[in-house]
Design a protein around this ligand. Structure first.
Ligand code: GLP
Length: 242
């Protein structure tokens, strides 16, 4: 089941997503969140911090698991997703850093780290709400086109288009890691509920295929059609083709 909520623009998307997530955090006794990075959820995180400052939400009982991390970047590297999460959310709310897990992109044994991520999610009782963005090529997490739907958390090679897109955060394209650890498609699909945020015209084609196209490993996000509880909050530009 996929519910699509159409909003005017990026700000309205962030606002709606904030209400949606805060409602779950307040309702669930021990909320387990799956968190995402990228430009898309930044506005949502800003608003969650405001809500926390207004005492309308607390992260004391929250556990969180991040979708992905670049291979080779240390936690304190400003381009690592661990750094992003601390900078954009964790450092500004009452979440315990012991309760957050971002895959470790410099683990000595990366495959073992991937297994450990899935094990930790299981031990926490599974993810209640998984937040997702979407890549222009339809990727979710860092699961590029062609990734098997049965995949668990694994080390992945990034597509040239993804490296291009993400190079905007780095000094030069050569600095962009070519590999990442990403939760697998199966890991993502095991979440009880999924919230997908989509903003902007450059995502319109992928979103259209996700909503109206066939379910295919060539468009990783299309797998969401098979999930029982998905909410998509998308702005007018993102829905301009669909
Ligand atoms: C990145 C991330 C994804 C994200 C997507 C879109 O590469 N690994 O988790 O959803 O691409 O990013 P953005 O929100 O910046 O457009």
């Amino acid at each position: 089941m996929m519910e699509i909520i159409k909003v005017k623009d990026y700000d309205a998307m962030s606002e709606k997503a904030c209400e949606f997530l805060a409602e779950r955090i307040n309702r669930l006794e021990n909320p387990v969140l799956g968190l995402a990075t990228g430009s898309t959820p930044e506005g949502l995180y800003k608003r969650l911090i405001e809500k926390y400052n207004n005492k309308e939400v607390s992260f004391k009982q929250v556990k969180s698991f991040n979708l992905d991390e670049y291979v080779g970047l240390e936690k304190d590297d400003p381009n690592s997703y661990y750094f992003f999460m601390k900078d954009k959310l964790f450092d500004h709310v009452d979440i315990s850093l012991e309760n957050v897990r971002v895959p470790n992109g410099v683990a000595p044994d990366l495959n073992q780290e991937c297994e450990a991520h899935d094990e930790a999610i299981k031990a926490a009782g599974g993810i209640d709400v998984q937040l997702l963005g979407i890549g222009g090529n339809g990727h979710i997490g860092f699961n590029e086109p062609g990734t098997p739907f049965t995949s668990k958390t694994q080390v992945v090679d990034l597509e040239e288009s993804t490296i291009q897109a993400n190079s905007r955060f780095f000094n030069s394209i050569e600095e962009v890691p070519t590999q990442a650890i990403s939760m697998g498609i199966d890991t993502i699909m095991s979440s009880k509920e999924i919230l997908l945020l989509v903003s902007g015209e450059n995502k319109a084609d992928a979103l259209n295929k996700l909503i109206n196209g066939e379910v295919t490993e060539e468009l990783p996000a299309s797998v969401l059609q098979n999930h029982p509880n998905v909410t998509i909050i998308a702005d007018e530009a993102a829905l301009s083709v669909a």
